[in-house]
Design a protein around this ligand. Sequence first.
Ligand code: SF4
Length: 306
Amino acid sequence: MALNADVLRAYVGYLRDLGVHDLYRRGDPQAGPVEFAEESVAPQTSLPQTSQPQAVAAAQPVAVVERVVEQVSAMSMPIQPLPTPGFLEAPVGRLVSFNDLAPLPAAPVPVEQRAAALRAIQEEIGDCTRCPLAYLGRRSIVFADGDPGARLMFVGEGPGADEDASGIPFVGKAGQLLNNMIQAMGLQREAVYIANIVKCRPPQNRVPEPLEANTCDPFLLRQIDIVQPQVIVALGATAATYLLGVKQSLTSLRGRWHSCRGAKLAVTYHPAFLLRDPRQKGEAWKDLQMVMAELGLQAPARKPAQ
Ligand code: SF4
């Protein structure tokens, strides 16, 4: 992880919200807190000659930041109340598939109750500060978009700038491409359900940290359990990694079915990647055709050339 002053502030703010104020006094209870000047976060090239832990910490701010992150990672996540009975606390430092994160629901939520059930999760999320992304410049918590009774669900990585501004997932250029992909499958965007692994925008659109994804995942899991789609499409490696609990190349995960919360799950390229490398659109179309066959969808007839 790139450690800089903004990330450090986010983690420290996050810890303060948890009531942790003594991170810098470990090993020397008498010492005062270390002051972090922004410019002091640059890596040190030589070690100071001192045996005082606090002095070492002050002279090696990057090491201290790493210790802060380690201590954050070692803590259980403050998701209260636990999302469902029997739900595991968000795992830290290990990948757990959505299938293993919580028992499957005993019974499906009736279609007419799904919108209200999803609204209840959104209310529970509230002005969420459960992970450091709350402190890294997010403007909106991007919950989801689409039909609570959808048979098809798309899961991406996290909101970008356009999504952060609008509060709706996949509305920028990548969102336009996703809309085109959905239409090519013979559907309208309103007929599917769209969400992300994290609901707050990571700065500079970086990949969410495991701590962030693991903290936010229980909400997505509950959304999946309420919508109960027949098919989930994981858009890109980050979505596939957290939904399936495996870290493998996208190539090795594509072209076959996986399982997630009772749904069949297919993996394909993220639309943002397809914008960068349009040559892979044909491969993505193969993945979507596999999904279409499963759902009995047919591509709309092409308009005859004029
Ligand atoms: S990413 Fe999820 S867990 Fe983190 S602050 Fe946003 S809503 Fe909360």
